[in-house]
Design a protein around this ligand. Structure first.
Ligand SMILES: [Zn+2]
Ligand SMILES: [Zn+2]
Length: 278
């Protein structure tokens, strides 16, 4: 089982690898820059070299990069849309520099203008970005919780986007358990998990699934609420995670984006996952 976390790069990009090693992660995810702004500095070449070297040395692979928060690849506002596609290209290039094979992105929000147009803009942004970045970096579409105007909460919508992408080798999917549950895909028992996986396979094909974001959910089934909880302490619960951790999903990289608070830290959640997977 390959399990790990989203790790902060507060110190430097290569230090994220040290944290992953210290916590015995088999895999991890980062932002390559401050996710809360539009602007960013080019990568520091020394850090890039150290990052690549440490990844090789410790064999922690694959690493996943997550898109920053502000870009909206489905925006109806021309300026935001252009900036967002530029961010996507820049992030694909940063992945390629760092030797990161996967870039995770949400599908964006249509801002009330309608899903059809939003999906169209998103598909064209992805095709543009893939055409203009010659590398093997794959874009991973993450399912969302179904919060107002956000796209990609259903497997059908994600499939619609995948079908619109020209370079099929460079597109994959991430299933976030919190988002999926909040969007109405039950995960609280063996049967429910099996049914959700079956649906995914029928609509998207399991070969498209490259990553699982392992998060419990504060919101209830179908609530549309995107609030992550510690593994087992949310509405999916211990029983649900035991089922998830005994399903085909464990063949995939599992990355937690769980909170850190006075109840638990990342390492506690890692122990919890290992215990439930037994
Ligand atoms: Zn996620
Ligand atoms: Zn979330």
């Amino acid at each position: 089982m390959k399990v790990g976390f989203h790790i902060s790069i507060a110190e430097s990009i290569d230090q994220a690898v040290d944290v992953a090693v210290a916590m015995k992660c088999g895999v991890f995810q980062i932002f390559t820059r401050n996710p809360r702004g539009w602007s960013f500095q080019p990568l520091n070449l020394k850090e890039v070299t150290r990052f690549r070297k440490k990844i090789e040395e410790h064999g922690i692979k694959p690493v996943f990069d997550h898109m920053p928060y502000l870009p909206n690849l489905a925006s109806t506002r021309e300026e935001v849309y252009l900036r967002s596609t530029l961010s996507l290209k820049a992030e694909l290039n940063r992945c390629s520099e760092l030797g990161i094979p996967f870039l995770v992105t949400h599908l964006g929000s249509h801002l009330g203008a309608g899903k059809i147009g939003g999906l169209k803009r998103l598909i064209s942004a992805i095709n543009d970005a893939l055409n203009e970045t010659k590398s093997n970096v794959t874009i991973i579409l993450e399912n969302t919780a179904g919060t107002k105007n956000s796209m990609g909460s259903s497997f059908e919508d994600i499939k619609h986007v995948v079908d619109g992408v020209e370079d099929l080798k460079r597109i994959g999917v991430c299933f976030d358990t919190c988002h999926g549950f909040a969007a109405g895909y039950d995960l609280r028992s063996d049967e429910a998990v099996a049914k959700t996986i079956r649906l995914f396979n029928n609509i998207l094909g399991l070969e498209k699934l490259k990553l699982v974001h392992l998060n419990d959910s504060k919101g209830d089934l179908g609530s549309g609420i995107d609030r992550h909880e510690h593994i087992g302490l949310g509405r999916i619960g211990d029983k649900g995670f035991r089922s998830i951790l005994h399903s085909d999903l464990v063949k995939l990289p599992l990355i937690m984006e769980t909170p850190v608070d006075d109840r638990r830290n990342d390492f506690d959640n890692l122990c919890k996952v290992r215990e439930l997977a037994k």
